[in-house]
Each structure stands twice: as C-alpha cells, then as structure tokens.
Design a protein around this ligand. Sequence first.
Ligand code: SF4
Length: 524
Amino acid sequence: MLDAAPTEAEREAIDAVVGPERTNGDRVSRSDRTRRHLLLPALRAAQRRVGWVTPGALGYASRRLEVPPADAYGVATFYALIALEERPAEVLHVCTDLSCALAGATVPEGAQPSPCLGLCERAPAALRTVAGPKPREEQIPAAGPPLPQRSGLKLLRRIAEGVDPESPPEFRALERARELGPERVIELVKASPLLGRGGAAFPTGLKWEAVARQTAKPHYLVCNADESEPGTFKDRVLMEQDPFALIESMAIAAYATGCERAFVYVRAEYPLAHERLQNAIDKSDVDVEIELRIGAGAYVCGEETALFQSIEGYRGEPRNKPPFPVEVGLFGKPTVVNNVETLVNVPHIVLGVDAPDTRLFCVSGNVARPGLYELELGTPLSDLLELAGAEPAKAVLLGGAAGSFLRPDQLDLPLSFEAARAAGVTLGSGVVIVFGMEADLVSAVLRIAEFFRDESCGQCVPCRVGTVRQEEALHRLASGKANGNELAVLADLSQVMRDASICGLGQTAASAVDSAIRNLGVLA
Ligand code: SF4
C-alpha cells in the first residue's frame, strides 16, 4: 500500500522539509540516512497540505528518509493529530477536558473531541485546522482575557507592560552571561533556588553542571514546551507574548553548558506560539542554532526521553532511566532539558534581579478571573483563589490530571514545593482548577481516567493494563454495577502503577483518582 505514489502537492510539501529528491533513482543518499529526525516534520507537512497522511505521502517520506515503511507507519499511528484516514481539509477539534467541561463545552456534529488544548483561561475552546496550499490553524476564541494580575510580577512583568512579541529587545542578560563566563553562570544558577518547573522540581544548576562536565560531544539543549497537562497554559502565554525572553534564556543555557545546537519542542496545538517563536529565532543574533520542533498530539512526549524519541523520528515512547539525559540524551549525547518557565527565570538570575522566587499558576474552572498568575512561592492557595475570584469550591484540582484533589478545608496550603510534598500533593505544572458547588466530580474523575487510558503509550504493562482497568472499575462504580471489589482493585492498581511504571505518566495515572476517592469520597 505504501508503494502508492504521492501527489505532486504531497511531494512538494515533503521535499520542502527533507530537500529535493536527487536524480539517482530510488537510491537514498548517505546524508538522508541520518535524517530520520525529519520524519515527523515531513508527515506533518504532508498532512497540512492535503488534510491527512495518505499512503502515498507516508511511503514517499519513508523512502526519502530510508525509514522502513512499517516503522514509519508505527510512528505515524503513534500521534493523535496525524490522520491516516481521509477526512475533510478543515477539522474542528473541540476541547472536552476538565476546564472546558466546566464551561459547558459541547462537540458539534462533524467536530472531533480533543484533550486539553491549553486554552483553559478562555474555555470553552477549540482549534480549527485547515489544510491546503496555505495551511493554517486557528485557536478559538482567538484571544484570551488580558493578564489578570498587574503587580508583583517578575516572569510576567514584560508581558503586563505590553512588550512587543515580534521585535527583538536588547539581550542584556545574555551579554552579562558572556562577561561572566560559563562557569560563573552555572555557579549563579546553582546558588539560586531555581528548581525545574516542569513537575520534577530538580535543581536546574546541578543539571547544567552535569552536562557542562560531560566530555562526550556535542551537547544538546532541549526546551520542553510540550505542555499537555490538562489545565496548563503557562508556557503558551510565555511563548506567545514574550518569545524573545525564551530565546535569550535558551542562548544563556546553551552558552553555559556548551551546547552548539538547541531544540524547542512545542505541542502542535499552539499555532501562535509556533509563529512567534520562529519569528524570534529568525530575528535573534545568538551563538546557538535553535530549531523549532512541533509535536503531533501525544501527552507522553512531555516526558523528556519520549520527547527525544519524538525529535529523533521515533514513536514517543519513554526510555528507561538511567542513563539520564545529562549523560545520554538526545541523539545519545549529553542533553540539558528544561521547561519554558524554568528557562525564563535564568535572565533574572544572571542579572541579579532582587526579587523573590516565584511560580506561575494556571487558574481555570469556576472562577471570575481565569488566567495566568505569578506568586511568590509559599503564598497560600486561598490567596490565589481570592485573586482569581473563585466561587465557593467543592474541590480544587492542584497539579492537573497528574495532581490531586483538595477539599475546601485544605485550601490554606502554602504553594511551595516543600509544603506540597509534606501534604502529599504536588504543584506539578502549576494547574489550579476550581470545581464549584454545582460541578460534577464523578464526570471529572471519569474524564481523568479516560485521559490516562488514552494517552498511555502502552509500552509497559502496569500502565497499559492499569489505566484500562482503572477506568473500567470507575465506570462500574459510577453506573451502579459495582461487584464490591472496585475500591480494593483501584487501590492495588494505584500502587502497582506508581511502583512499576516506566515513566511519570503511569506513575501518576492514579493520583487524582486516588485523591478524589480518599480525600473527597467521590465514588467511595
Ligand atoms: S508508564 Fe505508561 S506512558 Fe510511560 S512508558 Fe509505561 S506505558 Fe508508556
């Protein structure tokens, strides 16, 4: 089937990514054999041209990049946003996830339901993709509310002041970093309280130092901008509104850790961020080559090793760790992986800005002022809820689908890594979803279980089977068809997935469900 010929339009779209075909018949040149990493961009280009990846396009990409056809098919089927069946050129993806469900989202006939699109502050939200000679993607609504907070800002200050996202500012922090030298920059980051903001909270300076010390070359820098945790949209706001801050931060990180090449991997659902970042890359005079890579709808690619797999042109299946990315990362080389929010802290550290350590919080759900907030670490959650005009809450989901539900009497929790750990919860990616008194928590719990079952890459048994069994047990409880063992089964599944899954997806797939049952008594 993959012997089918591509159309001229598909050939052009793929050639624009991989380069024109040489005139040596079907022989693949030596250089093409090392270009498997272009497989996902090539498939994406073909789909944007004709609306789906036809057998002809898949076969042509596979042949051009010398990826075995079955292997290329395996990659294409991994990503939810790559369509292998014919469909209209225009597709409406309607978010049915937690925040949009709270806002009453419904899926019109002909539209596709979608997991969280990262537009939670403007819920209900959708994304329209239009294929053709001039493909485009439109976020709906096109714009969100302005930043709800105007003071006490560090990372969001320039955005609040109306920085032009399309014109390069002076890179003062990068200049300062060059004056200081790489070792001193790493010392400053190590001496700062900066912990990774992607969820794992690892000290950034230690990670940088570990990569800088590696003798294996080259070193790579990867900015993880694949934020797909339901309820998270902070990195999108940063990339859309202040993309040059990220480029400057990446340039400093690359300089300090000896990276010659950097990738910023952004989820496919963020078209404005793609455009603004590419513009910022093109207009920035930095020493590191930065390349924008766009995902294709896979939550698990937010896991750092799955993200490497995706950039390299494979299915986004997480790798076993160790070895850790600081030693064996992208293309098998030492790699610094940092989240967007983590990186944009760096210029402030290098410039010695005298400001407290802050954290971004994505607030949505039953609140009067949804949006992105920046608070000093340790601020009580109740203060944040007051700022956002939260309705009296039946529950608050902290940390997203991989986080935990809190009861109304737990909302004084200080928002710090230590306090969260002590309370047995996580700040995760800074998600705060408020469920008002009328909210349907059973539906929310079922949706979370469905999400993990759907997003599990299926590579390891505890997660592949556990997420299915978890969802089944919850549905039996919700439909009154329980056999009496469900709560014990769910507790066992939770333990097994946490202890035996390869990656964070499986390890946290029961966290929110568990907390809803134990903490809120939902379905208990
Ligand atoms: S835990 Fe789940 S997502 Fe992670 S590797 Fe295993 S099956 Fe894949």
